[in-house]
Design a protein around this ligand. Sequence first.
Ligand code: GUN
Length: 292
Amino acid sequence: MTKIISGTEFSANLRAEIKRKVEILKKEHDIVPGLAVILVGEDPASQIYVRNKGIQTKEAGMNSYEHKLAEDSTQETVLELIQQLNNDDSVHGILVQLPLPKHIDEHEVINAIAVEKDVDGFHLLNVGLLATGSDKGIVPCTPLGSMMMLKDHLGDLSGKKAIVVGRSNIVGKPMAALLLKESCTVTIAHSRTRNLPEECRQADILVAAVGQPEMIKGDWIKPGATIIDVGINRIKKEDGSNKLVGDVEFSSASKVAGAITPVPGGVGPMTIACLLHNALQQACRINHIEMP
Ligand code: GUN
């Protein structure tokens, strides 16, 4: 029987645990973690993400600060806001929602965030810490959530063959670094990879993060493999209605895999839960307190 790995269930447990730890932090240290989110422009998907982040931050007992800037804001305006938040002691985490409008340099903005307030793990110092196998940095939320589910299902990952399909800075590359840290043999595949189905068929663990609806088919999967589907793609059904699908064709893949995350209800809910985890971690580190 194929196991369906429920991110909805896993993330609810994680958020409950974070909420409990936030209460301890308040009671024992009089500290309330504060998470600031900056949204530049009006991208509809980003607006939904930011709203959900705000709601879940408050539900976890943390302070949520939302900063919405106009689409035509200058880079200087964004950098000034980041400086202000870097200097604000009530803010322990700063997230700039991506993508940014094209006239703003993403790298400049991300690296202007004080490294101890980076909750995305996108700051170059945190990227370097992960790449060198250190535990002292912050791990990007989606790979962190994916890894939590993988370890919960499989236990020790050592020696397993893993393929990450997609090489983005947000998911593919950090996911590969995490798998390597767990002693997997890791392949990073991308649009130029030759014979992708054959590469996928070798893998005990397949992480799909390409943003191509239902690209990975059941006959690309090794029987019994564990599949983490990071894709969230909105497609139009024949009757004209919308449907969310992953990068993996669930109907065929779930017949072959040993375990698979569904879309929706898989990796998606884990991302915000891990953001809250990272915000709590930074609040503890800034105040030189061990995570409760
Ligand atoms: N846009 C899509 N995913 C993410 C994410 O994990 N962090 C930020 N800051 N922006 C995103």
